[in-house]
Design a protein around this ligand. Structure first.
Ligand SMILES: C[S@@+](CC[C@H](N)C(=O)[O-])C[C@H]1O[C@@H](n2cnc3c(N)ncnc32)[C@H](O)[C@@H]1O
Length: 196
């Protein structure tokens, strides 16, 4: 069943305003640390980084405080970006946060859109999992999941600089499954397989 993420982030935003609680992270602290360790070894501090489906952007703020200066977060949920923007003020974090659908069309009249830039690292921590999960629980699931995956590969590869890397953290797929479904497209992909 598809979860209405925008509704969830609206609740999280209210919670943040009332109690200062920033909400959940899709991955465990162990996974977050594993991603940060990988980034430390492979990505320069001023490399452009895009977090697709950033949610409350908690991970982006961790990167920012570690010294990464060129980080953008996008999410299709307006309430996620509203919450993330509110938290960014509290964190005094200079990061770019925007409502964008990474699978939607690239705006030809907005050259400054995050979707019209190229990145050294495109990070996906939960978007791939949540969309595949949602598409496989409905009628015509195989076709929907395939359509999503094809579009996902097309759009994420367009966002990468030459030599850029897509990092996908997944709790729902094995490395073998990922390689068979999205890994055969010549794009440089790093998988982080997480325990639920
Ligand atoms: C499971 S949550 C993960 C949030 C965050 N990355 C984390 O690790 O806590 C998946 C996020 O992807 C976003 N999302 C789903 N489809 C998207 C799309 N096509 N474009 C941008 N964001 C999307 C959802 O709104 C949601 O915030």
């Amino acid at each position: 069943m598809e979860i209405n993420m925008d509704k969830k982030y609206e609740e999280d935003w209210k919670n943040f305003c009332d109690h200062g609680d920033i909400g959940d992270d899709w991955c465990s602290e162990e996974v977050v640390q594993a991603i940060l360790t990988w980034i430390k070894t492979n990505i320069e501090f001023d490399d452009p980084i895009l977090d697709i489906g950033c949610g409350n952007a908690a991970f982006i703020f961790q990167m920012y405080h570690k010294g990464y200066t060129n980080v953008t977060g996008i999410d299709k949920s307006p309430n996620a970006i509203k919450l993330a923007t509110e938290i960014s003020h509290q964190e005094c974090a200079k990061v770019r946060l925007e409502v964008c659908n990474v699978l939607g069309s690239v705006p030809s009249d907005a050259p400054d859109s995050p979707l019209n830039k190229k990145y050294r690292l495109v990070l996906d921590k939960g978007l791939y999992d949540s969309v595949v999960l949602a598409s496989t629980s409905t009628e015509g699931s195989q076709t929907k999941a395939k359509h999503f995956r094809d579009n996902y590969v097309k759009r994420t590869s367009q966002l990468l600089q030459p030599g850029g890397i897509l990092l996908v953290a997944t709790c729902c797929h094995t490395e073998e499954e990922m390689k068979q479904t999205i890994g055969k497209n010549g794009m440089q992909i790093k998988y982080l397989i997480c325990d639920m």
